[in-house]
Ligand binder design. Structure first.
Ligand SMILES: Cc1cc2nc3c(=O)[nH]c(=O)nc-3n(C[C@H](O)[C@H](O)[C@H](O)COP(=O)(O)O)c2cc1C
Length: 204
C-alpha cells in the first residue's frame, strides 16, 4: 500500500489501545482495521482481564502489532512504565463504566489503569454501555472528573443495540463508527458533539 498524506503524517506515532470488558469489544477488529487504513504507525492493544474473556487475544493479534493482556504475570511482557513511555497516543476503546470509574478516582488495580496513570498526556476514552448505565449520576460524575483532569471522553452514540447479557435490544451508548474513531485517533482532533443517534449505524 502506498502511504497517503494522512498516513505519512502518522507513521511515526505509536498507538496504544486499551480495551475493556464491554460488549463493544466484539467489534474491536473493525476499529483496528479502520485505524490501520489511516496510519502506518504501530498499534498495540492492551486488554483488561475482563476484555480477554470476550475476545481471543490471538485473533485480535491478526489486526494489530501486539496484544498485551492485563493478567500477565508481573515481569513477563510489558510493564506499565514501558508501555506509557512507548505510546505517543493512548485511547481506551471500548471503555467500561468500571474502568472509567477506576481512572476517575485514581485507582490502578490492573495493567491498563496503571499505564493510564503512568502516561504523561491525556488519554482518549470511548465509553460503551447501555443507556441506563451511561445515565447513572455516578457514571456521569466520573466522566466529569476525567474531563476536569484533562482527559478526553468522547460522547458515545445513542443507538438501539444488542444487550448481550439480556439477549435483547435496548437503547445503548455505543462507540461512534470505526471510520469516525480512526479519524479522531489519527488526526488527534477534539471532542464530538453531545450524545446523538448515529444514522449510519442502524440495528440489524
Ligand atoms: C455480557 C456482558 C456484557 C457487558 N457489557 C458491558 C458494557 O458494554 N459496558 C460496561 O461498562 N460494562 C459491561 N459489562 C460489565 C463489565 O464486563 C464489568 O464491569 C467488568 O468488571 C469490566 O472490567 P474492566 O473495566 O476491567 O474491563 C458487561 C458484562 C457482561 C457479562
Amino acid at each position: 500500500m502506498t502511504p497517503g498524506a494522512a498516513e505519512t503524517a502518522t507513521a511515526d506515532r505509536r498507538f496504544l489501545i486499551g480495551a475493556c470488558g464491554s460488549v463493544g469489544i466484539l467489534n474491536l477488529h473493525e476499529y483496528l482495521l479502520a485505524l490501520r487504513s489511516r496510519t502506518s504507525g504501530e498499534v498495540r492493544v492492551l486488554l483488561t482481564e475482563s476484555a480477554a474473556r470476550f475476545v481471543r487475544p490471538s485473533v485480535l493479534q491478526l489486526f494489530c502489532d501486539q496484544v498485551i493482556c492485563s493478567g500477565s504475570e508481573p515481569g513477563i511482557g510489558s510493564s506499565h512504565v514501558e508501555l506509557a513511555e512507548w505510546a505517543t497516543e493512548f485511547a481506551v476503546l471500548p471503555a467500561s463504566a468500571n474502568t472509567l470509574g477506576q481512572v476517575a478516582n485514581g485507582l490502578s488495580p490492573n495493567l491498563l489503569t496503571c499505564t493510564i496513570l503512568a502516561f504523561s498526556k491525556p488519554v482518549r476514552f470511548f465509553p460503551n454501555m447501555n443507556l441506563d448505565m451511561w445515565q447513572k449520576p455516578a457514571v456521569q460524575r466520573n466522566i466529569a472528573a476525567l474531563r476536569a483532569d484533562g482527559h478526553i471522553v468522547e460522547e458515545p452514540v445513542q443507538q438501539h443495540a444488542y444487550k448481550a447479557g439480556a439477549r435483547n435490544f435496548s437503547q445503548s451508548a455505543v462507540l461512534p463508527a470505526p471510520a469516525m474513531v480512526a479519524k479522531l485517533l489519527a488526526d488527534g482532533t477534539g471532542l464530538r458533539p453531545a450524545c446523538v443517534p448515529d444514522p449510519e449505524r442502524t440495528p440489524p
